[in-house]
Design a protein around this ligand. Structure first.
Ligand code: ZN
Length: 176
């Protein structure tokens, strides 16, 4: 597996940042970032900017930085599909690859005994695989909400495939 794309998300992209982290992508995000901070971060770390701000996007492109301008407003699935098309990332749900949606920390598999005091009794009995965030210590498991995550990921892939098919049809020999 090659190195995965890394991102910096603008202040309006909190939900997208959480989704990309769930899908395993390293996404730096803060509600307090200024445009200059985002541009500096992108240029010093090679992160791809994700933004809904056209001005910031244009500025980034002018500076030679990679930037994804997100237009989709319909749903998280639409936004993920658009980001996948524009940045080339794969969208797949695999809890063992997830990063912490809260803080972007890496997750490590943990023995049940070690996290017993941090999980509700229901999860204690129903699950065997647990992950702990290396940064904030939050504990995760593949609970019932993953059914919903997988559904939205499937939806995003379907939308993406349609978008790709449409752009292929639009291409004419003169384009290349
Ligand atoms: Zn965390």
């Amino acid at each position: 597996m090659g190195t995965r794309q890394r991102f910096v998300a603008d202040t309006m992209m909190g939900e997208v940042a959480r989704w990309l982290r769930l899908l395993g992508y390293d996404v730096v995000y803060s509600r307090h970032f200024t445009d200059d901070e985002i541009l500096r971060l992108a240029s010093s770390t090679g992160r791809i900017i994700i933004t809904r701000d056209k001005r910031l996007h244009r500025k980034a492109v002018k500076m030679g930085l990679r930037s994804v301008y997100v237009e989709a407003v319909e749903s998280a699935a639409h936004r993920l599909a658009e980001i996948s098309v524009k940045s080339g990332i794969e969208i797949a749900a695999d809890p063992s690859k997830s990063r912490c949606p809260e803080c972007n920390g890496e997750l490590f598999k943990s023995d049940k005994e070690r996290v017993l005091n941090k999980i509700p009794p229901g999860a204690r009995n129903a699950y065997d695989t647990f992950y702990v965030c290396s940064r904030c210590g939050k504990v995760y498991w593949e609970g019932s909400h993953w059914k919903n995550i997988r559904r939205i990921v499937r939806e995003a892939r379907t939308i993406r495939d349609k978008m790709l098919a449409r752009s292929k049809r639009r291409q004419t020999p003169q384009d290349s």
